[in-house]
Design a protein around this ligand. Sequence first.
Ligand code: DHK
Length: 154
Amino acid sequence: MPAETGRLLIINGPNLNLLGTREPEVYGTATLADVEEICRTAASAHGLAVEVVQSNHEGELVDAVQSVRGSAERPGADGIVINPAAYTHTSVALRDALGAVARPAVEVHISNVHAREEFRRHSYISPVVDAVIAGAGLTGYRLAVDLLAERLQD
Ligand code: DHK
């Protein structure tokens, strides 16, 4: 396994702590711990470390995005995978945070948001990220990690 040469931050928004029991017909039966495992395994194959965070609170998600710049308490990150969950469709604050930090970022949705209610078709986040993956289930997180690894190599 190569030594870790970079770091990704995986950010999950509201209600994703309930993965596994939440509307399994939409989100499946895998848990947030499974998301973490998928991301860690994929990142490690590229020599990248990951940190996985989840919050139900918009401001905490903004703080997490800003944390990629690094501080005395916390190392920074080179790229972001974010499933903003419901804040996808409402949060100008999260969009502005992603626009501000200048890191490659991928927006992931477990479900195909375009095949669901009309309000899920609009994302405040998509215009400020590098790629959007929706409807691939948890595989979307792996694809996002692979894509960021490729971008970070360039
Ligand atoms: C998760 C949510 O919680 C919803 O609010 C989004 C997203 C879709 C997902 O598919 O991962 O609309």
